[in-house]
Design a binder for this molecule. Structure first.
Ligand code: C2E
Ligand code: CA
Ligand code: CA
Length: 727
């Protein structure tokens, strides 16, 4: 502190005083009125607004009321000292600058005043320049302080804002010192990785990096690399929770600090690198999912054909190197379309999933099972020695599927067929092998095999042929290329024809006469079975009408109906409609249905069968004993006839056990009052056995093959009797 001397004054007064002067309001507390007036005059002249009071109490009151910009106070006042005024003012929170003006020349009074917060001490008698200078300086100081305060407030606010922005940033933001130790990190670290700030401050950044990425991180963030470019980015996995195996993916960029200096603040000396780590986990996961979806079947979770082709490609490379063999199997669920129609898509999907699981149980480590499309699966098995192993595999799969599938309260029986193509014999490329396995499958199906077939060169492009056949089939239905053959069913006792079974053939313009086994599966696949079935019914009705006219009508005509056709909502209506159209008594018609029917919805089946029976139509179960051998349906449904499958009949000559089965079937049929027909009877021995067991009717080559209509007509005209076999 100084006692101002005139010669001490700087050449010009403080700068800000000019602006402050105009509006500055000064309060003078001075009991010497004359002195007060002269000070007022001086200051007013200098451009200040002034007010004067004569004692401390008035002074304090005015201070509180008017809040002047500056206080000039005498030390000796009548009611209190100037010091007391200053103290009281400060106690009231009044912060204006104070200049003590007094005659007191003691240093103690000055020091006390200054200690109490006075800014200056001006001695009486005053020198005008000194007073003016002190006032200007105090006001300038006051002004500076105010500016400083608002600046400080602004900085505070901006710092808060920055901190908020940094903490609210979606990214982890951090600062590293020159050795790579973390000196600052925002709150995101905790939110994203569950790591507390205090766990990493002062620790090396690598502490956060996943073990597998350490090397890459070290290389990317080496001082040399960082010196090369301003900013470095690398994708790293950062550990979530420092000691756990979990992690998230981040895109981490690091830059040497080029932050504006004033922002570097107190951590200035520690800030060498400024880093941002953006969490890209969701992105990576989405990518991984997309990749997964591109390679897997959504329904079963199995690899799809893309991934299968990749695996096969790899297996081929290995096989070429090791002279190994590879088998590609095209698997198809038999009659799955029926199941689909029966239980609906959603349930059928569940079934496919389960089929996938069951097949997988049969595989070895190196095998790949993929879902191709619909009910078609692809199977790759590398490394095997001989074909027998592949066949064993198919067998194992079918074995695994024998246990009925429980679905929607039903039990469903499924089996697969397989087309097999092998490397190197059947193809050298993935595509060729897949295609040839597919061809083998369809060729096998056309040939009626239900289990497996190996590709053969002769099959050539018969898959294309299949498509061609389907479109030809469509044409054939419209252009009457079909023909019904009739096979008699004969009563063993009397030898008389009790009925004829209508069996369809296709007069193919190029391929000749095709048996139903070659086109019925195609018709089912192409959804033409209803149209074809309707053609058969109409044709049979027409013929029967004709036979009535000729007076040679057999008591009964049997018509095979495919379950898929029966499924059609208006089947019964249309069927009965046709009978009416041709004026056929329903009891003259027997519908032959296979046991497959009973894997369907029993309520729907029951309704159809009862409705047919109610119209008087007869119902036979075809191929009895081969499929769904549950006897319970025989009581539940209105069934008139059982047809013992030919496979049982053919065993008669050979195997004793089958005798027991036939005996059982015959006794059941009789017990339930059902008519019994044995099919495929070819030998006298079979006939004799059946006769002895009390079987009612037989059908088979022994009596007659299925005949063209004209041939059958001459047989009917002649009248047929089987003669008892020679004893
Ligand atoms: P299916 O109903 O079991 O018909 C009997 C099959 O056995 C016929 O074959 C017949 O020619 C054959 N067969 C009859 N007696 C003997 C014999 O003594 N020995 C031998 N080895 N075979 C004999 P086909 O005509 O080839 O018919 C095959 C299957 O096609 C039929 O089996 C039937 O399920 C189906 N089918 C035939 N026509 C139709 C039809 O119009 N509609 C429907 N939905 N299916 C039909
Ligand atoms: Ca039949
Ligand atoms: Ca049959």
């Amino acid at each position: 502190m100084t006692f101002w001397q005139k010669e001490d004054l700087p050449a010009s007064p403080p700068a800000s005083s000019e602006s402050g002067k105009i509006n500055a309001r000064l309060l003078i507390i001075e009991d010497d009125r004359t002195f007060a007036t002269s000070m007022q005059r001086l200051l007013t002249h200098a451009g200040y607004r002034t007010e004067a009071v004569e004692n401390g109490l008035d002074g304090l009151e005015t201070l509180a009321a008017t809040r002047p910009d500056l206080l000039l106070v005498d030390i000796n006042l009548p009611d209190m000292t100037g010091h007391e005024v200053i103290r009281a003012a400060r106690d009231k929170g009044l912060t204006m600058p104070v200049i003590v003006v007094s005659g007191e020349s003691e240093i103690d009074a000055a020091i006390l005043a200054l200690r109490l917060g006075a800014m200056d001490y001006v001695r009486k008698p005053i020198e005008p320049e000194i007073l003016l200078y002190a006032v200007a300086r105090a006001l300038a100081q006051r002004c500076l302080e105010r500016e400083h305060k608002t600046a400080r407030q602004r900085v505070d606010r901006s710092e808060k804002l920055h901190r908020f922005l940094v903490d609210a940033a979606p990214d982890v933001i951090f600062i590293l010192d020159e050795t790579g130790k973390i000196s600052y990190v925002n709150q995101r670290l905790h939110e994203l990785l569950g790591v507390e700030e205090k766990q990493v401050i002062g620790r090396h950044f690598s502490r956060l990096v996943h073990d597998h990425d350490q090397k890459r991180a070290r290389y990317a963030f080496s001082a040399r690399k960082l010196a090369e470019t301003a900013r470095h980015s690398i994708e790293l996995r950062l550990k979530s929770g420092l000691d756990h195996a979990g992690f998230r993916h981040f895109e981490v960029s690091l830059a040497a600090v080029g932050m504006p200096e004033e922002q570097a603040g107190e951590s200035d000396d520690q800030a060498h690198y400024y880093g941002v780590a953006r969490d890209v986990t969701a992105h990576r996961e989405a990518e991984a999912l997309t990749l997964y979806q591109a390679n897997h079947d959504a329904l079963t979770g199995l690899p799809n054909r893309n991934l299968f082709r990749d695996h096969l490609g790899l297996a081929l490379i290995q096989a070429r190197r090791n002279q190994g063999r590879i088998a590609v199997l095209f698997l198809n669920l038999d009659r799955f379309k029926h199941v689909n129609d029966l239980i609906g898509h959603a349930k059928a999907d569940e079934l496919l999933r389960e089929v996938g699981e069951r097949i997988q149980r049969c595989l070895r480590g190196g095998d790949t099972l993929a879902r191709f499309v619909g009910d078609e699966f692809l199977l790759l098995t590398p490394c095997f020695q001989h074909e027998g192993e592949v066949l064993d595999l198919v067998e194992r799969i079918n074995q695994e599927l024998t246990e009925p599938f429980r679905n929607a309260g039903r039990s469903i029986h499924l089996s697969i067929s397989a087309g097999i193509a092998m490397y190197p014999e059947h193809g050298e490329s993935a595509d060729a092998l897949i295609r040839h396995a597919n061809i083998a499958l369809y060729h096998g199906r056309l040939a009626g095999s239900n289990t497996h077939s190996f590709f053969m060169r002769e099959m050539g492009e018969s898959a294309d042929q299949r498509l061609k056949l389907q479109s030809e089939l469509r044409y054939a239905i419209r252009h009457d290329q079909f023909e019904l053959y009739y096979q008699p069913q004969v009563d063993i006792g009397s030898g008389r024809v009790k009925g004829v079974e209508a069996l369809v053939r296709w007069n193919h313009p190029e391929l000749g006469l095709l048996p139903p086994g070659e086109f019925l599966p195609l018709a089912e696949e192409a959804d033409l079975i209803g149209d074809l079935g309707e053609w058969v019914i109409r044709s049979a009705c027409k013929t029967l009408r004709n036979w009535f006219a000729q007076g040679i009508a057999p008591p009964r005509v049997a018509i095979n109906i495919s379950p898929q056709h029966l499924d059609e909502a208006d089947f019964v209506e249309r069927f009965v409609g046709l009978l009416e159209e041709y004026q056929i008594e329903p009891a003259r018609i027997e519908v032959e249905l296979t046991e497959n029917l009973f894997i369907r919805d029993p309520h729907v089946v029951a309704e159809k069968l009862h409705s047919l029976a109610a119209h008087g139509v007869m119902i036979a179960i075809d191929d009895f004993g081969t499929q769904y051998s549950s006897l319970s349906y025989l009581q539940k449904f209105p069934i008139h006839t059982l047809k013992i499958d030919k496979s049982f009949v053919w065993e008669i000559d050979r195997e004793y056990r089958q005798h027991a089965i036939i005996k059982a079937i015959i006794s059941i049929a009789h017990g339930l009052g059902l008519n019994l027909i044995a099919e495929g009877v070819e030998t006298d021995e079979q006939l004799r056995f059946l006769e002895n067991q009390g079987c009612d009717e037989i059908q088979g080559y022994l009596i007659s093959k299925p005949l063209k209509r004209e041939a059958l007509e001459s047989l009917l005209t002649r009248g047929l009797e089987i003669h008892p076999a020679p004893q």
